[in-house]
Design a protein. Structure first.
Length: 396
């Protein structure tokens, strides 16, 4: 348990030290805003600089798909339509419980708006316990599954479940938007072995292809995004060298000493919240991440920022949806309506989260049911680890 008497002086120090930092942040923001205005006024030159230098920087470069700095207002959706939203949570495998396994829970909602409005709240649990589940084969070696791979599996299940529900709505003749919580780019698998990444990429693209084939618009919604793709574009714009060859010119110094770091660290949302008009989106970019560029051209991930009033939220769509302007307009206007109904956050995603969350009581009951069933099957050697036993039965 926390000793708050000992912790309080450290919290007071945090607050005191945050004041000068806020002055520095304000200066960084001002410089970034000036760079944004300058780059917006020289869009063709910016595109040329990015094309010529995208292979030479320390970070992946997002490429503008529309004029840089262009804003577009998003209207509300007032026609009959449906919204499918999915979110997920998990119970990680642990060697301290009676049996090693992991659980994914996908929460889903279906909201239909029209003459006969209706709502469905659903959850779909998936239990993984077999050898191949717990010890995936990576580069011909069995490794114990970790949180990165469990999170990836959860993301796939969210997309798979969302597609099935959205397809069913579309077959009823409804226009339908699918929302998932978080990025469409699973950055957390970038550090996996290349051969294994290829397998993951194929599985992920298979799910995206399902939406593309049925023309079902899909949006990944990220609130309070920490991404800095747009800021990194401006860092290339500000580079003082003839070419942005990061390794050549800056490879021997720390990042805070880079000439372009006058506008870093800063997130895209911090920059754009003051630049975007309310209920307007920024221009779209094609993600430069290795994961996205490994996808089929039409499935590559594109992103924009949407000023919803309280923040500049990041929205991600596949490239095929960006190209279908009528479908994109429907998707964005429906998203804005969901945000309005949720008073600052899409109401469907909020309810999907509530259906997905696994509370401590759920976790306890889950393991009790596993134990009871193992006992019924007369499995030998059941029991918690000594560590887990002591955690539950303190001697004090």
């Amino acid at each position: 348990m926390l000793d708050f008497q000992k912790l309080m002086p450290q919290i007071m120090a945090l607050a005191a030290e945050a004041l000068p930092e806020s002055d520095k942040d304000s200066q960084i923001l001002s410089l970034a805003q000036a760079s944004f205005e300058e780059a917006s006024a020289n869009g063709q030159k910016l595109d040329e600089i990015l094309q010529n230098n995208r292979a030479n920087t320390f970070w992946p470069i997002a490429m503008p798909l529309e004029p840089f700095g262009q804003f577009q207002q998003i209207d509300l959706q007032d026609g009959e339509h449906s919204v499918v939203a999915c979110d997920g949570s998990q119970i990680m495998p642990t060697q301290h419980e009676v049996h090693s396994c992991f659980l994914l829970n996908v929460g889903a909602v279906i909201f239909h708006y029209g003459e006969k409005s209706r709502a469905q709240l659903l959850s779909f649990p998936y239990l993984y316990h077999r050898h191949d589940d717990l010890y995936p084969l990576i580069n011909q070696r069995r490794v114990h599954i970790d949180e990165t791979l469990v999170s990836f599996e959860r993301g796939l299940k969210e997309l798979e479940q969302a597609f099935e529900l959205a397809q069913a709505e579309a077959q009823k003749g409804h226009k339908v938007l699918t929302l998932v919580d978080g990025s469409l780019v699973p950055f957390n698998v970038d550090k996996s072995a290349d051969g294994f990444q290829k397998n993951l990429l194929e599985r992920f693209e298979f799910q995206l292809e399902s939406f593309s084939r049925e023309k079902l618009p899909l949006i990944g919604y990220i609130s309070h995004s920490r991404s800095s793709d747009l800021v990194n574009v401006l860092r290339v714009w500000n580079c003082p060298f003839p070419e942005s060859r990061c390794q050549l010119y800056c490879g021997s110094i720390n990042e805070e000493e880079f000439p372009c770091s006058k506008i870093w660290p800063l997130s895209d949302r911090q920059l754009l919240v003051s630049k975007l008009p309310q209920f307007a989106r920024s221009n779209f970019f094609r993600s430069g991440s290795r994961w996205s560029t490994g996808l089929n051209h039409f499935n590559q991930i594109c992103f924009s920022y949407f000023n919803i009033g309280q923040e500049a939220a990041r929205i991600e769509v596949p490239f095929w949806l960006f190209e279908d302007k009528a479908l994109l307009q429907f998707a964005l206007s429906t998203l804005r309506t969901q945000i309005k109904k949720g008073q600052g956050y899409p109401i469907s995603l909020a309810e999907a989260h509530n259906m997905a969350v696994i509370r401590q009581a759920d976790r306890t009951r889950f393991y009790q049911l596993v134990t009871d069933e193992l006992v019924r099957e007369k499995q030998a050697g059941l029991g918690l680890s000594p560590k887990e036993t002591k955690k539950r039965r303190s001697i004090i």
